[in-house]
Design a protein around this ligand. Structure first.
Ligand code: ADP
Ligand code: MG
Length: 262
């Protein structure tokens, strides 16, 4: 099930991506309107990171295409912020927290042009928004995983992009901070930005996202969350692994209860 979008900001068409001939994504097709906070949900190895990377042009497809604002990514990079999955980034480079956030401003400006006081003030505001302003002079390598993650979120915010692509930005982040950051993402959404977040927790996904994309190599479903959070689609996405996730099992039981009473 894919909800058709009249004027999409993100369009993924018939996308197949393989590693050593093994498909990680297969014929994936969906589009997103502007001003949604969307979650990509699926089990480990479902191709979630590959999808985000393909959208950023970091891996190329065997077939299909991705268009953002009806353009190829290379023409609109300045409008797109990307938070890679942790563990795929080398955190050992010598840079302060503030430097890392300021890198988000360089993408906005011409290469080698000087950053202004205003850029620095903005970077500090972004650090405040993720609760990391007290660490601005700390070396990034000295932070905990969750703290590094928050700094990378701040860098994405500093880019003042139109589209935000985030790959498991909440890994290693405590529940309170997660909630604060989701509120922040909600505000960006209300300003008309389009935000696409890879997220692994189904329960909080239902709480936070207004649009859900269910992925398991193939696209299972994409649409407004109430259309997508139905037992059939969740089962198709998680298959046998679903029983292991007790909370999700309970959620499904609750969803199905009204049906059983009929
Ligand atoms: P997810 O983010 O949903 O866990 P990924 O997109 O990382 O899934 O991976 C999808 C599939 O592609 C997995 O089977 C993974 O092992 C494989 N894969 C991912 N990256 C590579 C790579 N660089 N080389 C070979 N196989 C890869
Ligand atoms: Mg991944």
């Amino acid at each position: 099930m894919t909800t058709k979008v009249a004027d999409p900001v993100i369009e993924v068409h018939d996308l197949t991506v393989s590693y050593q001939r093994k498909p990680a994504l297969w014929g994936v097709d969906f589009s997103l309107p502007s001003g949604v906070l969307a979650g990509i949900i699926g089990p480990n190895g479902a191709g979630k990171s590959t999808l985000i990377k393909a959208m950023m042009g970091l891996v190329s497809g065997d077939s299909g295409y991705v268009r953002l604002f009806n353009r190829p990514i290379d023409e609109v990079r300045g409008k797109v912020a990307y938070v890679p999955q942790r563990g795929t980034v080398d955190w050992d480079f010598p840079a302060s927290v503030l430097d890392v956030v300021l890198m988000g401003r360089f993408k906005k400006r011409r290469l080698f042009s000087r950053l202004s006081k205003a850029d620095e003030a903005l970077a500090l505001r972004c650090l405040e928004q993720v609760g990391m302003e007290g660490f601005k002079y700390r070396q990034i390598s000295q932070l905990s995983g969750g703290q590094q993650q928050r700094v990378f979120l701040a860098r994405a915010l500093a880019q003042q992009a139109e589209i935000y692509l985030m790959d498991e930005p909440f890994a290693g982040i405590d529940a309170t901070t997660e909630q604060t950051i989701f509120e922040l993402l909600g505000k960006l959404r209300d300003e008309g930005k389009t935000i696409l977040v890879v997220h692994h927790d189904l329960q909080s996904a239902y709480q936070y996202f207004d649009w859900i994309i269910l992925l398991n190599t193939q696209l299972v479903a994409s649409g407004p969350r109430s259309d997508i959070f139905v037992p059939d689609y969740l089962r198709k996405t998680y298959g046998g692994k679903l029983n292991m996730l007790t909370s999700v099992g309970e959620m499904l039981a609750e969803m199905e209860a009204p049906t059983r009473e009929k």
